[in-house]
Design a protein around this ligand. Structure first.
Ligand SMILES: [Zn+2]
Length: 252
């Protein structure tokens, strides 16, 4: 059984064609075409990526994605929800919450428990993040428990596991047992460091491209932001290369 390639016009055995595909070109012709177009498009795609990453729309999309990833993690979601609920209950912003089921006492009783541990200078007006402020701390940190498990929730969310802690004390408590507020600020700082490293890598890549192909960058700068954002959201350059980009172009 042989098949004629519509590109090189040669008759070749079926094994010389991609299986199950309607591609009328033989493997060799297909490969040559892919290679040619990959090289042609590679720098253009990289340039578009670099340009895109500077746009506010891209940054917004990235923020959204990381937020979604955060929400998708049940452990983090519960921890965040519990923390917000607890501080809202303390401030009176909220009167009821799911955390009350695990607290083991009423909010009034809980506040009395915290008050009994107040150190000189602590009062209900200086709870928060910053110098001279105290924050709600879990002696056994929430992050150390399996927050999907009801018994674990009863254990770590119990009022007896809470204490007021000055910010200065936090650092001495050690990295393993960070109070929630501090932990959040740590997460924030880590994210910032990652963002910074990513940004620097992007700038470097962009400069590399700029040096090689200044005209590509100029041409791309004229394109609409939205197009570039959509374009790059659809293609995963590393995995799929130009093929998806070509497909997209064909649809337009
Ligand atoms: Zn061929």
């Amino acid at each position: 059984m042989s098949k004629k390639c519509t590109k090189c016009k040669e008759s070749k055995p079926k094994a010389s064609f991609h299986k199950g595909k309607t591609n009328p070109w033989c493997r060799e012709c297909s490969k040559a075409y892919s290679k040619l177009h990959y090289d042609e498009n590679k720098l253009a795609i990289l340039a578009r990526q670099a340009e895109l990453k500077k746009t506010s729309k891209y940054k917004e999309a990235r923020r959204k994605r990381s937020k979604e990833a955060y929400r998708a993690s049940p452990q983090k979601r519960v921890r965040q929800s519990a923390h917000t609920a607890l501080t809202d209950l303390l401030s009176g912003k909220r009167k009821s919450s799911w955390v009350l089921k695990h607290l083991g006492c009423t909010v009034t009783e809980w506040k009395r428990h915290l008050e009994s541990q107040f150190k000189p200078g602590m009062n209900w007006d200086n709870r928060g993040v910053g110098k001279e402020k105290w924050c709600l701390d879990h002696v056994v940190p929430l992050s150390s428990a399996d927050l999907q498990n009801k018994d674990e929730l009863d254990r770590v969310l119990n009022y007896k596991n809470t204490q007021p802690l000055f910010q200065q004390e936090n650092s001495s408590k050690g990295a393993r047992i960070l109070p929630e507020e501090e932990a959040r600020s740590f997460e924030y700082k880590t994210n910032l460091a990652v963002e910074k490293a990513t940004f620097e890598a992007e700038v470097k890549a962009e400069n590399d491209i700029r040096n090689v192909m200044p005209d590509v960058i100029i041409a791309l700068a004229d394109k609409e932001e939205l197009f570039i954002v959509e374009y790059l959201e659809k293609i995963d350059f590393k995995n799929n290369g130009f093929q998806q980009a070509e497909k997209k172009k064909g649809k337009k």
